[in-house]
Design a binder for this molecule. Structure first.
Ligand code: AP5
Length: 215
């Protein structure tokens, strides 16, 4: 089963992808995580994208398609791919279709997490993640444990993202509406689009996604 989780910044793509990885032996391919890794390890590409990401602009299609191509070559032993934050443009969507056709693993569903902008501001401004394993927390809905240790890996290294500020979020949202939301029509036309209520509790969103995958 190969799926895309589609939605604006803070919609819950990463949270849901991590759950699917834990429960279904699927692999999460998050271009955001790949780019942050490149940035943190100081590669040339990481240096190129750092400012772009901090502003909330999209990184070039060429770079992100290259990243996904590399990952697809080494991730085929899993029971399916979860594309998280990719594709974000029509050019990325057509490149993905070609890459998946070439390896004989077509897309099954594109799951749109439907949320509203007010919820996104709250989610992004309250988010933190474990610096070691990437577990996602929220100040109100999923606070960091009181003993200061990550529930998943026990590390005490919580981080807030550089682009989780109001100005960058405004830009990320604008990029989403301009360049990514047209993909909803594209995948609807390909009869792959399913929508879930992303404003529901995390468990309920998980259940709605499971219903689609098991249908
Ligand atoms: P990326 O890392 O992909 O960020 P994003 O799309 O902005 O999405 P987020 O990671 O912010 O949100 P999410 O939907 O995963 O939400 P989460 O689960 O964390 O991209 C970052 C940047 O990289 C881009 O701006 C761009 O520059 C570049 N980039 C990446 N991919 C690219 C591409 N393909 N092309 C070009 N450039 C690219 O949840 C958010 C918070 O809400 C958490 O605190 C969580 O606990 C909470 N939460 C989640 N679900 C619920 C719920 N149901 N109820 C209550 N709280 C919830």
């Amino acid at each position: 089963m190969n799926i895309i989780l589609l939605g604006p910044p803070g919609a819950g793509k990463g949270t849901q992808a991590r759950h699917l990885v834990e429960t279904r032996n699927m692999v999460q391919l998050s271009t955001g995580d790949m780019l942050r890794e490149a940035k943190d390890s100081g590669t040339e590409m990481g240096k190129t994208v750092a400012d772009v990401m901090a502003r909330g602009d999209l990184v070039t299609d060429e770079i992100v398609i290259g990243l996904i191509r590399e990952k697809l070559e080494v991730a085929s032993e899993h029971d399916g791919f979860i594309f998280d934050g990719f594709p974000r443009t029509l050019a990325q969507a057509t490149a993905l279709a070609e890459l998946l056709t070439a390896i004989g693993k077509p897309l099954d569903y594109v799951i749109e997490l439907r949320v509203n902008d007010d919820a996104l501001v709250n989610r992004i401004s309250g988010r933190s993640t474990c610096g070691k394993c990437g577990e996602v927390y929220h100040d109100e809905t999923k606070p960091q444990p009181t003993d200061g240790k990550c529930v998943k890996c026990g590390a005490s290294d919580f981080k807030r993202r550089a682009d989780d500020n109001e100005e960058s979020l405004r830009n990320r949202l604008m990029e989403y509406y301009k360049k990514t939301s047209p993909l909803l029509g594209y995948y609807y036309a390909h009869d792959m689009l399913k929508g879930v209520d992303g404003l529901a509790d995390i468990d309920d969103v998980q259940a709605s996604i499971a219903e689609i995958l098991d249908s």
